[in-house]
Design a protein around this ligand. Structure first.
Ligand code: PLP
Length: 394
């Protein structure tokens, strides 16, 4: 199936990139667990010469993900940050990047601690308006990095409007689409040049794989990314590609349930006295609601909240009181998770930078899974009720 294939999302999720194994008829693409491939003569082979460079299970995954994002090319990586690193490696000393100020802590760490020392400049801004982007760009700007919805504040950025500003100056736009998944949002159709996924999250969906992928329709970027896999070697393992391929077949079904559960959880939390603020783009008074309604199919499975007693201690007590929501990093799996960004996923961002970006120390992030809605709400209700009880000392 090609990017222009008219088949619906669910059909492409199940079939794109895959066909029954020609030698056995196996309906699932096998795990090609091999490091090398026998050649007929030196450099005469069937398209694969060495497994760091390519593997048929990986090819199937790359074609599947490319189809879901409407891209001509897909390149799979060993992790999401490996994919981000591969993108940034196209920049040279003196080049400049404008990035959203609220973003995954590991992306910030990679930019500031790995690529900045190599001479690339970064400016982190709230890209709420296209003017903010125009002001932040310099003659040296080569890339705009957009995360939307953002991790963990669930801010929404208008990809189409920002891409139009970048295009005027011939600057590439990359969108981290991890929080939305291609089922909810397709950045390439909105004018982005590159889409990054931590496939560890919704695409994997079962909390059992670390992976990443970059999707693009730009031949030059695709060549650069494939060269990075070959030269730097952050290639995903065949079994991980197989697990991801199995997962993407149900992406549309899982996302529907994640979204429905997240809405129910957000509505419940908003009505609870022990909760001061709920961040969820599905609320009509969320500042990004109108853009989210336009560029996303639904509002996603993530909900962040600030408790009425906004202290780290109370947030920790709350997170330790839930039973179905497990206290863990990561998101997008079928199991509901609760986390404390300031000390976990975003701990690598200095406290003053975090606060300046609007991230409260007591913020709690929920990845709402696909369990039964009533059970999830009962779990949160019990944990919130426990906050009213006196804390155990000692
Ligand atoms: N992008 C976002 C939005 C993330 O949340 C994460 C990880 O949490 C990453 C990228 C990095 O992905 P990985 O952990 O697969 O390297």
């Amino acid at each position: 199936m090609t990017p222009s294939d008219p088949a619906g999302f669910g059909t492409r999720a199940v079939h794109a990139g895959q066909r029954p194994d020609p030698s056995t008829g196996a309906i699932m693409t096998p795990v090609y667990q091999t490091s090398t491939y026998v050649q007929h003569a030196p450099d005469v082979h069937q398209g694969y010469d060495y497994a760091r460079v390519g593997n048929p299970t990986r090819t199937a995954l790359e074609q599947n993900l490319a189809s879901l994002e409407g891209a001509a090319h897909g390149v799979a990586f060993a992790s999401g940050v490996a994919g981000i690193d591969a993108i940034l490696r196209r920049l040279r000393p003196g080049d400049h990047v404008v990035s959203t100020s609220d973003l995954y802590g590991g992306t910030y760490r990679l930019m500031r601690q790995v690529h900045e020392p190599m001479g690339v400049g970064f400016t982190f801004v709230d890209l709420a308006s296209p003017d903010a982007l125009a002001e932040a760009m310099t003659d040296a700007t080569k890339l705009v990095w957009i995360e939307t919805p953002t991790n963990p504040l669930l801010r929404i950025y208008d990809v189409e409007a920002l891409a139009a500003v970048a295009r005027e100056r011939d600057v590439a736009v990359a969108v981290d689409n991890t929080f939305a998944s291609p089922y909810l949002q397709r950045p390439l159709a909105l004018g982005a040049d590159l889409v990054l996924h931590s496939t560890t999250k919704y695409l994997g969906g079962h909390s059992d794989v670390i992976g990443g992928a970059v999707l693009t329709s730009d031949d030059g970027w695709a060549e650069h990314l494939r060269f990075q896999i070959k030269a730097v070697g952050a290639a995903p393992a065949p079994l991980d590609c197989f697990l991801l391929l199995r997962s993407t077949k149900t992406l549309h079904l899982r996302m529907e349930r994640h979204c429905a559960n997240a809405r129910a959880v957000a509505d419940f939390l908003r009505g609870h006295d022990a909760v001061a603020r709920v961040l969820y783009p599905g609320f009509e008074d969320h500042p990004g609601h109108e853009v989210a309604a336009r560029q996303m199919r639904d509002f996603g499975g993530m909900v962040s909240l600030v408790l009425a007693d906004d202290t780290v201690e109370t947030a920790v007590r709350f997170m330790q009181s839930t039973r179905l929501f497990s206290l863990a990093e990561s998101l997008g799996g079928v199991e509901s998770l609760v986390s404390h960004p300031a000390s976990m996923t975003h701990g690598s961002i200095p406290a003053d930078v975090r606060r300046a970006a609007g991230l409260p120390d007591g913020l709690v992030r929920l990845s709402v899974g696909v369990e039964d809605e009533g059970d999830l709400i009962a779990d949160l209700n019990r944990a919130l009720a426990a906050l009213a009880e006196p804390a155990l000392v000692g």
